[in-house]
Write a protein that binds this ligand. Structure first.
Ligand code: NAD
Length: 270
């Protein structure tokens, strides 16, 4: 049995993670951490997630639940990520990180921390999107720099960060294949008299509206044709199921930083 604590447990992803954990005979929910927990005092996390009572009430304190936790699953906000990961590793717990919108400094700090702990971090835990990652790398390798690459993502109107973490991963993969620098060579939207598109750029466009769970399209366009690779998520359960699969993987892994392609055995070289 693997004991799971969820951070962001009252949120959209947190509720689905709790529901799927409750259905899985190999997993047991032992902690439900959320910054809103004061407003949910004495509320059972299972009932809040729309499943049966699980005997776990919300808390704001990760430290309070770490002694019984084998794996922390964090889908919250990036403000406390480094502190949470540090505390989890100090208590011997592994960490599955789904939160997006982290700064490069935070990512660098996590990579250092992961030398002494087990961490799976992924901008997207769905199997379909991780397949898209592999296909986009292959397309960039085959089509090369004569094809213009534009990335479009759409999410619900409550999403706080833009572009999505998944779109950033797609951009980083394309940049890696085409010897571009993702940070300096990405053009975020276009407005006004911006001039002709240059060859050394990746276009990035974020749409927001309604209840869209997550759509991503990568367009490779050249004279006479274009290739479009798309993924559309219609349920958060695809991310939650992937995160639980990552939790089962990381609990038995060596210390280090992994992503979903390690979990799925999908890693490919350039
Ligand atoms: P949400 O706003 O519905 O839920 C976030 C929850 O986290 C809220 O209940 C909030 O109170 C809580 N929270 C915020 N800061 C906290 C903190 N410091 N400590 C404890 N709890 C805190 O958001 P959501 O749609 O569930 O998404 C959560 C995160 O997961 C976002 O960063 C989102 O981009 C990311 N996400 C990642 C994937 C993936 O596959 N990697 C998929 C979907 C969403």
């Amino acid at each position: 049995m693997t004991n799971i604590t969820i951070i962001g447990a009252a949120g959209r992803m947190g509720r689905r993670l709790i529901a799927l954990t409750a259905e899985d005979p190999e997993l047991q929910l032992v902690g439900a951490v959320d910054a809103f927990a004061d407003k949910l005092r004495d509320v059972d996390a299972g009932l809040h997630a729309g499943v049966s009572e699980l005997g776990v009430t919300f808390t704001t304190s990760l430290d309070a639940v770490l002694p019984k936790t084998h794996v922390v699953i964090d889908f919250s906000a990036p403000t406390q990520t480094v502190n949470y990961v540090r505390s989890a590793f100090a208590a011997g717990a592994a960490y599955v990180l789904g939160t997006t919108g982290m700064s490069q400094d935070t990512r660098d700090e996590l990579a250092i921390l992961a030398r002494g702990g087990r961490l799976v971090a992924a901008s997207n835990f769905s199997i379909g999107v991780n397949t898209l990652f592999v296909l986009v790398e292959q397309a960039a390798r085959i089509l090369g720099e004569s094809y213009d690459v534009e990335i479009i993502e759409m999410h619900h109107n409550q999403k706080k960060d833009a572009p999505s973490g998944t779109a950033e991963t797609l951009g980083e993969l394309v940049a890696g294949m085409l010897d571009l620098d993702y940070v300096t060579d990405t053009r975020h939207g276009r407005h006004g008299l911006v001039g002709a598109r240059t060859k050394r750029e990746i276009g990035m466009h974020s749409l927001r509206g309604g209840d869209v769970v997550g759509d991503h399209t990568v367009i490779f366009a050249t004279g006479g044709e274009r290739v479009e690779l798309s993924h559309k998520a219609s349920s958060r359960d695809t991310f939650a199921a992937g995160a639980l699969r990552a939790a089962k993987f990381v609990v038995g892994a060596e210390p280090g930083m992994y992503d979903m392609r390690d979990v799925l055995g999908l890693r490919t070289g350039k």
